[in-house]
Structure formats: C-alpha cells, structure tokens
Design a protein around this ligand. Structure first.
Ligand SMILES: Nc1nc2c(ncn2[C@@H]2O[C@H](COP(=O)(O)OP(=O)(O)O)[C@@H](O)[C@H]2O)c(=O)[nH]1
Ligand SMILES: [Mg+2]
Length: 459
C-alpha cells in the first residue's frame, strides 16, 4: 500500500521503499520526443540525483537556476551543446527532482544521449512511468493522468479542450466535491449507529434519505453528461441510411471529399458498413455508410444489412437519404435528419426545406455537392447541441465506477427506508469506494498499470 501526499491509499506493488533499485534514489530516464531526424530531441530524467547526472555529463558547476545552454559530452566522446533544465525540490512534472536535456535531434545522437544518462546511474523508464510517479507523488490524480493521455491522442479541437480541462483537474474537482458530500452523509449514518436513540430514529432516516438523494442527483447529472462528453471526444456518430440506390455512398464520398465507397447503380453494391472520420469546423463526425435495407437472399448482403441496423442503433444522428419528398416516412424520431438527394441542381434558397408534414429536410445533389455545405452546417449545429452540457466524466472506466456508485446509492436509499442503519452504512461505503476508484483514492494496481501502460515511454 502506497499513501501519496494527498492521502490517497494506492494498492500498488510500486512502492519506492521496496523498490529493487532502492527507494526514491531510483532514477528513471527516457527519450521524450519521437525517434527520428528532427531539430531537437529531449531526454527526460526523474528521481533524486537527476541533477547530479546532468552535472556529470556537462561538468557544469554553477547553479541551475533556469534553462542553461551548456557544452556536453555523451559517452565520453560525442560532443554537443545542449540545453539543460533542472527541476529542484520536487517542483517538476513528477514531483521529484528531475531534469530535461534538449540536444540536436538525430536518431543516433538521441540514443547516445539516453545511454549516457543510463551510464551515469539512471535506468530505462517504463511506459508512462513519469506520469505514474506524478500520480504516486500526489501531483495529479488518476483522472488528470487520463486527461494528459487524451491530450496526446486528441484529434479534434473539442477533444483537446476537454482533455486539457480534465488534465487541469475538472473531473478531479467535480468527483471530489461529490465525494466530500457523500462522506458527510456516511459519517452522519455512522454516528447514528453509535448513538441509537429511538425517538430520533425517524428523523435520522428522513435526513439520511434526503442527503443520499442530493448525492444521487449529482451522480446522475454526471452520468448523463458522459454522453455529451463522449460525443465531444470521439465525434458524433452519423449513420447514412436509406433504400438502395438512394445515393448514400455518393453522399458519403462527397462529405469526405474522397472516393472512399464504391458507387454503382447496381443494387446491393454496399455490403459491409464503411466508417470514416470527418472534421468540420473543429467538430468530429464518424460517418458510417450503410447497406440499403431490402429483402435479399444473398448471405453477405444479409450480414451487411444486420450491420447497418446495428450502426443505426448506435448512431447519435441518422441521415435518412430519400430521393423525393413523397418517400418521407410518417414518423421520424429526434435523431433522424432527412436528406433529399434530388439528382437535380439545387438552388441556394431550396437547400433547407420544411416538408408538408412539418419536418425539416436538407435538399442536395450528392454527386455534384450542391447543398452539401447546408448539410454540414446542419450536422455541425446538431453536433454542438448533442455535445453541449457535458459533465466531467470522460471515459468508460470513470463511467462504470459512477454507475457502480449510483447502484450502491440506490441500495442505500432502500436500506434507509426498510433496513437497519448498518446496511445503509455498508452501501454508503461501497458508493464511496466506487467514487474513489475514479480519482485513484483506492484503485487496484491492475487498473493503474493498465492506465499507465497506454502512455508512451518518456511520458
Ligand atoms: N446524377 C446523379 N446520380 C446520382 C446521385 N446520387 C447517386 N447517384 C447515382 O445513383 C447510383 C447509386 O448511388 P449510390 O451512391 O451507390 O447509392 P446507395 O445504394 O444509396 O449507396 C449511382 O450510379 C450514382 O452515381 C446524384 O445526386 N445525381
Ligand atoms: Mg451504397
């Protein structure tokens, strides 16, 4: 068990005191820039003694008060003039004494620089070990670590904004606020067990139920917000549907500005669903071209149709492509946007139309691209709406823990109505544990390892 400076108990075998290379003196090093030819490369070092290693390589005697350009000799014979930054007294990313060396970015030079640091007493860092140390030293919590990972992987401006906020503690603060409230409710329940007085029993139960209700409300708000956050991060899932030969694949290609899908006037051309990402004004969409749904005896096409149905179920938005207003179904749910592929030139004033049944539709020519911008603007507006009001939860791990917390709170409410206070306390403790999993207060070693293994070496 490792207790970090925030008081988080981390069930981890990664305990500096038991570490093979002995305690915090274990210095890690890694190349933090991509391997290849480039202007600058960086080797990162962390652990007590990092400064000493930089001094060994540079023979620099004065104070490292800020970034210094210093002559350096790698492996006793390779010279370069490098920039060295030393972070003292734990004022670093990892919360430990650390250093960064920036030098000319060649593949061989970079390898030699790292090996020099290893010769001087460091060991090779594992994937994500710098961030893992930041977590274990209490600099960041698990959600911030995940935010940092998402910042590296983010591929749209919305996703990056979200990742940045998470890395800055948005999720941590929101979950900790719920945790504190829940802790107070649980403490009140515990006290009631210790001092059971018959005459206040009813009042205690009513208060408890009220307290749990408030927490439950906050938890459910975050669960709901997860959906919007997911859309922001991963993109709006858009399924392009409609009967065969309506022009779905043509529309898919025109939206992507690429001949991605095979287009033909032969019915049943699209058999498998095709998925591609589209960015529009910084908003990400995952477009799926589906097989037209029709009766068929062809085994492969049947499978494709099953996949199309699944894509429609999963989609945040369904584009229903028809060729004439008359084909518009009587019932359209909220997630469906009607697209009339007219096969004709479309005048600007006709690109958005309201049908006789009051439904809004985009009229376009999938082949020439007439009206495609109107469709993209409509997609963008819908995407923004779907991704607004996002909560603080950003990934399935956090979501699962919140759902677990929700179930335990529901059980606690039932217990507060019908069972002994012992049962209430037991469920409240389970809900606290579930929340603690999100931030890393009580997360298992296997989960922590899984999270940090997703990072690159040097991060
Ligand atoms: N002229 C014209 N032809 C189109 C248009 N959209 C689709 N087509 C043609 O209609 C046929 C079927 O199109 P496709 O995109 O494969 O339909 P899907 O079965 O819905 O995927 C192809 O021959 C396309 O070239 C359009 O807007 N204008
Ligand atoms: Mg098709």
């Amino acid at each position: 068990m490792w207790i970090n400076s925030c008081g988080y108990k981390v069930n981890t075998v990664y305990n500096f005191d038991n570490c093979k290379n002995n305690s915090k003196k274990d210095i890690i090093a890694a190349i933090s820039t991509p391997i290849g030819r480039g202007a600058v490369s960086c080797v990162r070092i962390s652990g007590d003694g990092s400064e000493e290693i930089v001094r060994k390589l540079t023979s620099y005697k004065k104070e490292f008060s800020h970034a210094k350009m210093v002559p350096c000799i790698f492996r006793g014979r390779i010279k370069d003039k490098i920039m060295a930054v030393v972070f003292k007294d734990g004022k670093s990313y990892t919360g430990e004494e650390s250093a960064e060396l920036y030098f000319h970015g060649g593949k061989f030079l970079t390898e030699q620089a790292l090996l020099s640091v290893i010769d001087a007493g460091a060991r090779f860092a594992e994937a994500g070990e710098f961030t893992r140390r930041a977590f274990l030293n209490g600099k960041i919590d698990l959600t911030q670590a995940e935010g940092i990972s998402d910042l590296i992987d983010g591929d749209s401006s919305d996703a990056l904004q979200d990742a940045f906020e998470q890395s800055e503690g948005r999720t941590k603060n929101a979950i900790n606020a719920i945790y504190e409230n829940l802790l107070e409710v649980a403490a009140r329940a515990e006290v009631s067990i210790d001092y059971p007085e018959e005459d206040i029993e009813e009042q205690t139960r009513a208060e408890l139920i009220g307290g749990i209700d408030k927490v439950l409300l906050a938890v459910r708000k975050e669960i709901k917000g997860y959906y919007s956050g997911r859309i922001k991060r991963e993109g709006v899932k858009v399924a392009i549907t409609g009967k065969t030969n309506a022009g779905k694949s043509t529309l898919f290609n025109t939206l992507l500005q690429s001949e991605r899908a095979i287009v033909s006037d032969e019915e049943g051309t699209t058999r498998d669903t095709l998925e591609e990402k589209m960015l529009y004004k910084g908003c990400a969409f995952v477009l799926t071209d589906t097989a037209g749904i029709r009766e068929t005896n062809n085994k492969v096409e049947k499978l494709g149709i099953e996949r199309s149905k699944a894509a429609m179920k999963e989609a945040d938005l369904v584009l229903l492509v028809i060729n004439d207003e008359k084909e518009c179904p009587d019932f359209l749910d909220e997630t469906t946007l009607l697209v009339i592929n007219s096969f004709q030139p479309v005048a600007d004033s006709d690109k958005i139309t309201t049908l006789k049944n009051g439904k809004k539709a985009v009229v376009l020519n999938a082949k020439t691209g007439d009206g495609i911008d109107a469709l993209k603007d409509e997609l963008y507006a819908r995407g923004k709406e779907l991704s607004s009001g996002g909560g603080c939860i950003n990934n399935p791990r956090q979501y699962d823990a919140l759902k677990e917390c929700e179930s335990a709170l529901v059980r606690a409410t039932d217990a507060a109505k019908n069972l002994t206070l012992d049962c209430v306390c037991s469920d409240l403790n389970k809900s606290l544990d579930a929340l603690g999993k999100i931030t890393g207060r009580n997360t298992s070693e296997s989960v922590i390892s899984e999270i940090f293994s997703r990072f690159c070496v040097g991060k």
